[in-house]
Design a protein around this ligand. Structure first.
Ligand SMILES: C[S@@+](CC[C@H](N)C(=O)[O-])C[C@H]1O[C@@H](n2cnc3c(N)ncnc32)[C@H](O)[C@@H]1O
Length: 239
């Protein structure tokens, strides 16, 4: 079952990306934040329950599995003729690299999103996790190219910068804007098959890129629609 909403230059699908991706046209980039690995989901559930309140802070979607990883890698390489950026925990960088290379992409780097405001290790038994990785592969022909010259692949942004709220793993908009600016050109079409609350879509809109997003959970799909509509309305108000 699926539903499509077209909001300005954003096309949002409610449904399972494994079924929707084979129906999509080519895109210029895939920028996405898939579910993390099983052990991270369990750890985050534990941490969220113990230090926060409110249902929206609990991870309530399934972890990544190997069959889904391979399907996403194959569909990404088939659809995309530019960069594929995939968020992942550091322990999963080699799994994503191998899946993308096997699917035919040129793996370039696992970059870091450094989070100065991430939680400390409350039990004091070891260092806290202060960053996530972003696996970057080139799916186009010829040599890879981006807009940031010799810059290092390190992005430092607070996790809680201007949260919209309502999704447990919402990414900061400024981080997504930096990635969109560095890895795509104005007018590009960006695909996010795991769009959650639509942060990639908001960043794409703000930087004049078209967006295709897919989300399976109807609550997050509705949230993404609202959020992208708000972003477009705000722009019209200030135009
Ligand atoms: C890590 S979250 C993305 C959060 C997003 N970056 C944001 O800022 O809100 C991953 C999302 O993928 C969705 N998801 C998981 N499996 C999916 C599938 N097979 N098809 C579509 N969406 C899926 C989950 O419901 C979840 O909202």
């Amino acid at each position: 079952m699926s539903r499509v909403e077209v909001i300005g230059n954003a096309t949002l699908y409610w449904g399972d990306c494994r079924e929707i991706l084979p129906t999509l046209p080519k895109v210029d980039a895939v920028i996405t934040d898939p579910p993390y690995e099983a052990e991270a989901h369990t750890a985050m559930r534990r941490t969220n329950k113990s230090i926060r309140s409110g249902e929206n802070d609990v991870i309530d979607f399934d972890a990544m599995d190997e069959t889904t990883r391979q399907t996403i890698a194959l569909e990404t390489v088939r659809l995309c003729h530019g960069w594929a950026l995939l968020f992942c925990q550091v322990e999963a960088t080699s799994s994503w690299r191998d899946a993308m290379v096997l699917a035919g992409a040129k793996y370039r780097r696992s970059m870091a999103w450094v989070k100065p405001d991430s939680s400390p290790q409350f039990n004091g038994q070891g260092p806290a996790q202060g960053y996530e990785c972003i696996s970057a592969s080139w799916c186009g022909g010829g040599k890879s190219r981006w807009n940031a010259g010799g810059k290092r692949g390190v992005y430092e942004f607070n996790c809680n910068h201007g949260r919209y709220g309502g999704h447990p793993t919402e990414k900061p908009v400024p981080l997504m804007e930096a990635l969109v600016a560095d890895f795509t050109d104005a007018g590009a079409v960006i695909l996010d098959p795991f769009m959650g609350s639509g942060t990639t879509g908001v960043a794409s809109h703000r930087l004049q890129r078209a967006f295709i997003g897919i989300e399976r959970d109807p609550r997050y799909f509705d949230l993404a629609c609202r959020r992208i509509e708000d972003a477009q309305r705000q722009e019209r108000m200030f135009a």
